[in-house]
Design a binder for this molecule. Structure first.
Ligand code: DSN
Length: 413
């Protein structure tokens, strides 16, 4: 950062502070991760200097020969990683990947059936405050309130009643395995297109640790920066025959110039995710989440659906008389970063909430294993059970710094 320090010490200082926050803290936000030096170098490279509107071999600017090569590499690698026929790696985010599918398959006013945001879905799946809820008609399913898991019979029934044109499956706060085959069958029965948004679990799907949606549902969308551990961005996977439609929707339909430095970094991420070491990493994410969940349960905390199959667990704080907001703030004081989250049937709004979402992708990237998860679970429980105890939070903060600063911020892959 020597150039930045000379040119703009204000920004350099802020980035240094953020580095210290990341390296000295425990990042348990389920949708976050830390990237390798290789991903960072590609994302911070001179590939940012170029306009490359269009696609490899068909650009609207000269001088794109190396951008063609890197985008081809990214597309080939992501297709090989997931076993897909066609990929578009230009969406700037997961929301834009979803938008590309909607724009390809739906007309304004047509109907989407998707999971409710308050029960684990995502903004871009049809929330009324999002473009998806404004330009399409939306019906939403949730989880069964007893099991707190998806009930495919109920969802099939809802699909028959609401007759959607497109069904979205995939979630941002759902700790259990998703049955993509069941969703495709439900969609086919009602003549709807089926889209799996695998953003949260992409690293688990890529390594075969969660059943895949690719080759099962009509479309798969994802981000690259969660369990997949790449730069911030999105992509769409589909059958060859749907490729031209998706490509047209992304460019010129919704985006201009692709972020070529990020596409270069996505190519690196797709390579890294194909290595045996990444498969071990993904398996450790799940082991860590399960040990963390068990520790929290043994401490008397209640988990939505009573556990986890993936990278996250969802805590119900109702019995402790706490809000997610208060819990997030208290853990933050001890250097443990989490996010408040609504839980099924939450009586509180999304800014207060009765739940907390806790995930293991980032701490696992840093090299932490079961023993550290037990420690972290014990610290979380101690703080939540005695939330106003300032000296306890200060003591745990010291222990958090001691633990976290022993681990590199940059995964070796
Ligand atoms: N907002 C992200 C999450 O935290 O799950 C999903 O885009």
């Amino acid at each position: 950062m020597s150039y930045l320090q000379k040119r703009d010490p204000d920004v350099a200082r802020i980035i240094q502070k953020e580095y210290e926050r990341q390296v000295n803290g425990l990042e348990l936000i389920a949708s976050e991760n830390v990237v390798s030096h290789a991903v960072l170098e590609a994302a911070g490279s001179i590939m940012t200097n170029k306009y490359a509107e269009g696609y490899p071999g068909k650009r609207y600017y000269g001088g794109c020969e190396f951008h063609d090569q890197v985008e081809d590499l990214a597309r080939d690698r992501v297709c090989a990683l997931f076993g897909a026929e066609h990929a578009n790696v230009q969406p700037h985010s997961g929301s834009q990947a979803n938008m590309a599918v909607y724009f390809t398959k739906l007309q304004t006013g047509q109907k989407i059936l998707s999971m409710n945001l308050s029960q684990g879905g995502h903004l871009s799946h049809g929330s009324p405050v999002n473009f998806s809820g404004k330009i399409y008609n939306v019906a939403q399913y949730g989880v069964d309130l007893k099991t707190e898991q998806m009930d495919y019979g109920q969802i099939a029934e809802m699909a028959k009643q609401t007759k959607p044109d497109l069904i979205v499956c995939g979630a941002s706060a759902y700790p259990r395995t998703i049955d993509f085959k069941a969703f495709q069958e439900i969609s086919e029965d009602v003549g709807a297109v089926c889209v799996a948004d695998i953003a949260h679990i992409a690293g688990l799907v890529a390594t075969g640790l969660h059943p895949t949606s690719v080759g099962v549902t009509d479309f798969t969308t994802s981000t690259t920066h969660k369990t997949l551990r790449g730069p911030r961005g999105g992509f769409v996977l589909c059958r060859e025959e749907d490729g031209p439609g998706i490509d047209k929707s992304v460019f010129p339909g919704m985006q201009g110039g692709p972020l070529m430095h990020i596409i270069a970094a996505k190519a690196v991420c797709f390579y890294e995710a194909s290595t045996p070491a990444f498969k071990e990493y993904a398996a450790q994410i799940i082991k860590n989440a399960q040990v963390l969940a068990e520790t929290l349960k043994n401490e008397g905390l209640r988990l939505v659906s009573d556990g986890t199959d993936n990278h996250l667990c969802l805590l119900d704080l109702t019995n402790l008389g706490l809000t997610g907001l208060a819990a997030e703030n208290a853990l933050g004081e001890a250097g443990i970063t989490v996010n408040k989250n609504t839980i099924p049937n939450d009586q509180k709004g999304p800014f207060i909430t009765s739940g907390l979402r806790v995930g293991t992708p980032a701490v696992t990237s840093r090299g932490m294993k079961e023993e550290e998860m037990r420690k972290i679970g014990t610290w979380i429980a101690a703080i939540l059970k005695d939330i106003d105890n300032t000296s306890l939070k200060a003591k745990i903060h010291g222990e958090v710094i001691e633990l976290a600063s022993k681990y590199t911020l940059y995964p070796e892959v």
